[in-house]
Design a protein around this ligand. Structure first.
Ligand SMILES: [Zn+2]
Length: 286
């Protein structure tokens, strides 16, 4: 599933390839994927220029001339690519934006979970509740320590699902949450409101730095974009705990374990990331 760094990488690739291009017409092969209904969707896009592509959390926002915005979420398997007009159309291509310059911007999605929604620019948040409720981007300026103290302090939810909640911080998914918790030496089962100010400060810095590093890592694969947007970039080589269960922790040599937390596979080092005190008591009592 693409996380913020992947979506940002897709955004940058798309900007290089199609910003400034104009839509000739659009074909929708899977009408359930678009809103408003396919007839209106395709009619509204004819002759529009792609002025730029923004991102909010894991949403791509295509800004078109005439104050229209296409909100696109890739969900599990969505991918964009750009092909010359008329080249063979693979089975899982569901929307084709035919450009006036004889290229096609194609949306492919083997699972068909991705969604596109065309709205008037400026109404994104009123049209889509999840955008209205989305927490700050994980950047130095947007994600302040004061904000983190306030929202973490209000919740006794354990930190792993808390960080996955897009209304708290935008864009973090399963991989990067495990990584930032390992970097911060915080156990994934720790209740959010028991983290100290020092722990929150370290966590904040790791979130910001890790996402920035991941975006940079994916930037190196930009040249493959014309055939495969959103492919995992080089950053998988930089992961410390995710997918490393059974291997020694890089810091202390203890075996990395994988458990289920809130239905999600969760990787951590039991030595560097000790269980919170209330759970340790529970373990002894049992
Ligand atoms: Zn360790």
């Amino acid at each position: 599933m693409p996380e913020l760094p992947e979506v940002e990488t897709v955004r940058r690739g798309l900007t290089q390839l199609v910003a400034g291009a104009t839509i000739d017409h659009v074909d929708v092969y899977y009408p359930k994927m678009v809103r408003p209904d396919a007839e209106i969707f395709t009619a509204d896009l004819i002759g529009r220029k792609i002025e730029k592509i923004d991102r909010r959390g894991k949403y791509l926002l295509f800004r078109f001339s005439g104050d229209l915005t296409l909100i696109s979420h890739l969900r599990m398997e969505g991918k964009y690519d750009v092909q010359p007009e008329g080249s063979p159309i693979p089975k899982h291509t569901h929307v084709i934006f035919h450009l006036k310059d004889q290229r096609e911007l194609r949306y492919n999605d083997t699972r068909k979970f991705g969604r596109m929604r065309l709205v008037k620019t400026g109404t994104e948040a009123t049209e889509l509740k999840s955008l209205a409720q989305m927490g700050p981007e994980p950047t130095e300026s947007a994600l302040t320590l004061a904000y983190m103290q306030r929202v973490f302090g209000k919740s006794h939810k354990i930190v792993k699902p808390f960080l996955l909640d897009q209304s708290k911080i935008a864009g973090l998914g399963n991989i990067y949450v495990d990584e930032v918790l390992w970097l911060s030496k915080i156990n994934p089962l720790t209740p959010a409101d028991t983290l100290t100010q020092a722990q929150l400060s370290v966590l904040r810095q790791n979130i910001i730095a890790e996402i920035a590093r991941a975006i940079q890592g994916h930037g190196t694969t930009v040249h493959t974009f014309s055939t495969a947007f959103g492919e995992t970039g080089d950053f998988q080589n930089e992961l410390h705990v995710y997918g490393h269960e059974g291997e020694p922790c890089e810091r202390c040599g203890t075996e990395i374990v994988k458990i289920k937390v809130a239905q999600r596979g969760t990787h951590f080092c039991p030595h560097c990331q000790p269980y919170p005190p209330e759970m340790q008591e529970g373990l002894v009592d049992d």
